[in-house]
Every structure is written in C-alpha cells, then in structure tokens.
Design a protein around this ligand. Structure first.
Ligand code: B12
Ligand code: SF4
Length: 527
C-alpha cells in the first residue's frame, strides 16, 4: 500500500470542443478513446490509489465530472487539445490538485506544457507513474519533465483495462470500437511522423491472444480498432494470435497499415480474419516510396498504387487512403492533379488529406523547418492536420496552395466522386459510411473551410501577414474561433496560453521558458 492513498482523476480528451454535440461526435467520439489513459488508470490502481476516469467526448460536463477534491489529475492530450488541457490544469490547480499531462502533446511540446502542468510525461511506463505519485508535489512555475528511456515493454491487457473501457463504450450508441494495441514504434522513417525515430517493438502476442479471447466473452461480434502506429509489421505472429483466439473470425478489425505490408497473400489472410477496414498511408507521389514498396514516382506511382488499392478492396470492404499535402517534395499543379487521377482510377477508396504539420520536437525534420524559419505559431488548438498548416510550404505561395487544396477537396467530394464511391463499394456499411463522411465535416465541411480560408487570405488583413511570418500576433479570426470552441473553459486558459514559441523545440537550454509573444488579441475573460 502507498504511504498516502491519493484520489486521482484521469481525463482522456478525445475532442477539444466544449461542448461538441454533433451527430458524428455522438456516434464516433467514444470510439476514438486513447489506450494510455486507461493504462495509467490501471497502474495507479495497482499502486493502491483511488481512480476516477473520464473520457471526454464532448457531451460530458467537464466542470462537474471529477470530484472537486482530487489530489492529482492526469490529462491525456493531443496537441489540438492543448489549450483545453491548459485550461483544465489551471482549474484543477485552483482547486488544490497537482496536474500531470501525457500523450502526443507532451511528447511534442514539453517545454510549453511545463508552463502549465506540474509534471510533463514523455515515454511513460509504470515506474514513471510511480515516481510522479510518490513525489506528487506542485512544481511551479515550471513543471518537471519526466520520461522513460524508451517505450514501455508491456502494457496492461484488455481485461485489466476493461473497467475503464466499458463506460466509454457505453457512451457509443451504435458502433462500438474497442481500442487495442500490439506494437509500439515503427520500422519506417517518414520524415513528418512522431514514430519515425522510435524503434519498432511488438508487445506480447500471448497477451494479445488472451485479450481477444476475453473480448469475445463481452460481445458476440466485437469490432477492434488497432492503435498500432503501423499494424502488421510482424504479420504472421499477429495473424496466428488472432486465429488462435478467434478461429471463427467473429471479431471484426480496423487497422492502419502501410501498403508494403499488404501483399495479396496477406490480404487473403486479413479477409479470412474479418478485417473490415484498412487505412494505408500513401502520403506523397514523390516521396516515402519505401512504405508503398515502390521506387516509382509521379504518374507511374499513381498507377501502381491505384492497382494495389483496388486489389486491397477486393479483400477488405473499406479502404481509406491517407495523403499529406504540402510536403517539400511537391511543387506546381502536378501532385494535386495526380491525386485526382488516383481518385478516378480508384473510385472506391475514401481519400483523407492531412496538411503537413510540424509537431514540435517529435520528428527530426522539424529542426530543418525551424532552421529555415518556416514555422508559424498557429495556436495548438488548430493543429489537427486540417484547420491550419504551421509550416510555410517550400514551393507554393499561400494563395496558390489554398487554391489547389480547395480544388482537390472539391474534386474528391463532388457528387460525381461520391456517386462513383457509392457504386464501387460492394457492401452496405462502406457505401453508407462513404456518403456520410463525404457530405459531413470531412467532405463538404472541408470544402467550405478551405474555400473560406482562401477567401480570408484576400479579405482578412491579419491572416496572410501571420502566415507569412511577418507578425507573430494571432489573427482575431482564430482567437475568436478558439474562444468559441473552448466555451466556459476559455475563462480558465492562463494568460499567454494561446501563444507558444514554435522554435523552442530544439533550443539548447530547456530550462528557460520560451519568451512570450505579446497578447494583442487575448480577449477579456468571460463574465
Ligand atoms: C492510433 C492513432 C490515432 C487513433 C487513436 C487516437 C487515440 N485516441 O489514441 C485515431 C485514428 C483515433 C487518431 C486520431 C487522431 N490523430 Co492520431 N495517431 C495515432 C498513431 C498512429 C498512434 C498513436 C498511439 O496510440 N501510439 C501508441 C502509444 C502507446 O504510444 P505514444 O502515443 O507514443 O504514447 C506514449 C506517451 O506519449 C505516453 N502517453 C500517451 N498518452 C498518454 C496519456 C497519459 C495520461 C499519460 C500520462 C501518458 C501518455 O505513454 C505512451 C507510452 O510511452 C499516431 C502516429 C504514430 N505513428 O505514433 C498518430 C498521432 C498520435 N495522431 C495525430 C493526430 C494529429 C491525430 C488527429 C488530430 C487526426 C485528425 N485530424 O483527426 C486525431 C486526434 C484524436 C484526438 N484524440 O485528439 C498526431 C498527433 C500529433 C500531436 N502532437 O497531436 C500523430 C502523432 C500522427 C502524426 N501526425 O505524426 N490517431
Ligand atoms: S509508416 Fe506510419 S507510423 Fe511508420 S514512420 Fe511512417 S507514418 Fe509513422
């Protein structure tokens, strides 16, 4: 037993909006929960503490979900939820709690997170959590950064996590996706990715088999969402574990996997094991050929990848292809036109576009962007790969870039493309999913957003100078948007919390806080 039994709150921030009551959010948010906050909850309980767990999906009242007398609060946050996390930390500190942040934001921007949290955790294992709980003291003004030397070699299995998984799944009205993971890191080195420098490491396949067996005691036809950064690197081991646990293939699976792992024999086995959706990353027509297993570029690569994706669709009902827009290897109209040709040749796949983003110190390439002075201090809240691109494109002016992404998005989610996608998919759920995604925020919503952004480059006198790096002052349009989206929590966002130094990631000394940019647009706190 610990010397002091702590009351611990754990919050998994799945969305950054307060509230976020869209139909998509109601159906999908509980299915996007993270694994690590559940893991941390298990580790805290193993050490004899009392845990209260909340997965924030946009519907809960964040001000009331946790008891007011918690001793310590752990928050798991992506960078898009950083400002919400900072506001929550301020709220809980005001109530006397010690606060801890972990997750992608803490891995990418620890220097900034230290300004608002007592502990900032990088790689996190049970020993790191034990250290935090033993010390558990306010660390102010700058929080303590703690990281294990490497990713943990094991994580608690589904059975132990279940008491935290089940209440989150209960919030999902129809589709219920159970989050699972079998490996950490990745053998590939895509320059923009947080895992490009993290060694691939499988977690135990025996545990994986036992977890799947356990899951079958809870649902007759469960759906598993694999959170492995790159699913199926040790393909045969995975399949053996799945087949041993579920010989009748009752479990349906969703996974992100690179094309290089999706050969036809592998696809046959995936089909046999009821893989329903695969999300391969194509990323670029000129770069990252290794993960698509091709040396070809340009139209040659389009043809080869298109044939491959059409082959995948013969075995797996739903395919989403991921692209990154604005990479340094792209210039002129060609990359965008090639993606359109890909859509023509591969009508069944759902195209998902991410704007190139530099997430702090997570990827080494970000140092290059920093050295070249190309980073823009877009508030973290906007860094979700769509709302803002925080690197000035190498080969495009902003106006041209937004013309091209608006055009590509309009092409991808035109009624013609939606109709062809409908016809090219064979089964009902993928047909329905593609139409819903196409006409909702991911399709029509993106067309509207990018087109409005393009217009804003002409009409809003603050936006272009900010994106060109001529001023660090965040345009009023963005601060108003963040204020609106944080709702009542905006009031708790600490002074300066909208600003960060985008060049702090590779500063030599992490002791001194990055200088703050003046707050011209910080509105007065809400009454
Ligand atoms: C699986 C995955 C998803 C899944 C599951 C997300 C989830 N809720 O966990 C889905 C598809 C839903 C998803 C969605 C998104 N994702 Co995503 N995703 C990943 C992926 C492929 C793996 C992450 C993972 O689970 N790794 C395994 C865990 C165990 O390892 P880890 O993340 O390194 O975590 C370690 C530490 O950070 C720490 N830790 C992690 N969480 C916590 C929590 C607490 C409380 C503590 C104490 C510690 C801790 O412990 C771990 C062990 O050391 C990564 C890419 C990659 N290659 O890593 C992108 C990645 C994390 N995603 C990213 C992004 C941008 C998004 C989206 C915004 C995309 C979009 N436009 O919708 C959304 C945001 C979702 C959200 N919750 O806010 C970025 C995040 C960058 C950032 N700094 O925010 C990444 C890094 C991809 C990239 N661009 O490089 N994603
Ligand atoms: S294959 Fe995926 S997980 Fe691996 S480095 Fe590339 S983007 Fe990251």
């Amino acid at each position: 037993m610990p010397t002091r039994r702590l009351r611990i709150g754990i919050i998994d921030l799945v969305t950054n909006k307060v509230p976020n009551k869209t139909i998509y959010g109601r159906v999908m948010s509980p299915n996007l929960a993270s694994i690590m906050p559940q893991v941390v909850a298990v580790w805290c309980e193993r050490q004899g503490h009392d845990v209260r767990f909340v997965c924030y999906t946009g519907f809960e009242n964040l001000l009331e979900e946790l008891p007011s007398d918690v001793d310590v609060v752990f928050i798991g946050a992506f960078t898009q939820s950083a400002q919400l996390a900072y506001a929550l930390s301020a709220l809980f500190r005001e109530r006397g709690a010690v606060t801890v942040i972990g997750g992608p934001h803490a891995r990418c921007y620890p220097q900034d997170a230290r300004r608002y949290f007592d502990y900032v955790l990088g790689f996190t294992d049970q020993a790191v959590i034990a250290e935090v709980l033993e010390e558990c003291a306010p660390q102010r003004p700058l929080g303590r950064e703690i990281s294990a030397r490497q990713q943990p070699s094991e994580l608690p299995g589904l059975q132990e996590r279940w008491k935290f998984v089940a209440p989150t799944l209960a919030k999902a009205p129809t589709i219920k996706i159970v989050p699972m993971i079998g490996s950490l890191g990745c053998p590939y080195t895509c320059s923009f990715c947080i895992d490009s420098t993290v060694d691939y490491q499988p977690l135990g396949f025996t545990q994986l088999r036992d977890d799947l067996k356990f899951l079958l005691t809870k649902f007759s036809r469960p759906i598993v969402g694999w959170h492995d950064p790159n699913f199926g690197v040790r393909f045969d081991d995975y399949m053996e574990a799945i087949e041993a646990a579920d010989p009748r293939a009752r479990i349906r699976h969703i996974a992100e996997s690179s094309l290089s792992l999706l050969s036809e024999p592998h696809l046959k086995r995936l089909q046999k094991n009821s893989f329903q959706a695969i999300l391969p990353g194509i990323e670029s027509w000129y770069d990252m050929g290794n993960k698509s297993k091709t040396r070809r570029t340009g139209m040659d690569k389009v043809q080869q990848v298109s044939e491959h994706v059409n082959l995948i669709m013969r075995y797996v009902p739903y395919v989403q292809t991921n692209f990154v827009l604005g990479l340094d290897s792209d210039q002129g109209p060609e990359p965008f036109e090639l993606t359109k040709r890909f859509i023509d040749l591969t009508p069944g796949a759902f195209p998902a576009y991410s704007l190139l983003s530099a997430f702090g110190r997570a990827a080494p390439i970000n140092l290059e962007y920093q050295k070249a002075g190309r980073l823009i201090p877009f508030p973290f809240h906007l860094l979700n790969n769509n709302q803002a691109m925080n690197i000035r494109p190498k080969n495009y002016g902003w106006r041209e870039f937004y013309d091209r992404i608006s055009d590509l998005t309009a092409y991808s989610f035109s009624w013609r493309a939606i109709g062809r996608r409908l016809a090219a998919n064979r089964t009902l759920v993928p047909k329905w999913m593609n139409v819903v995604r196409g006409i909702s925020s991911e399709g029509f919503g993106r067309i509207r957003y990018h087109t409005a952004m393009r217009q804003r480059l002409d009409d809003d006198r603050e936006v272009l100078p900010f994106m060109e790096g001529d001023t660090q002052t965040v345009p009023g349009f963005y601060t108003s948007l963040i204020r609106r989206e944080l709702g009542p929590l905006f009031e708790y966002l600490p002074q300066g919390g909208l600003y960060h130094d985008p060049n702090a990631a590779f500063a030599t000394s992490l002791q001194a806080p990055a200088p703050l940019t003046p707050l011209r647009h910080q509105p007065a706190p809400l009454a």
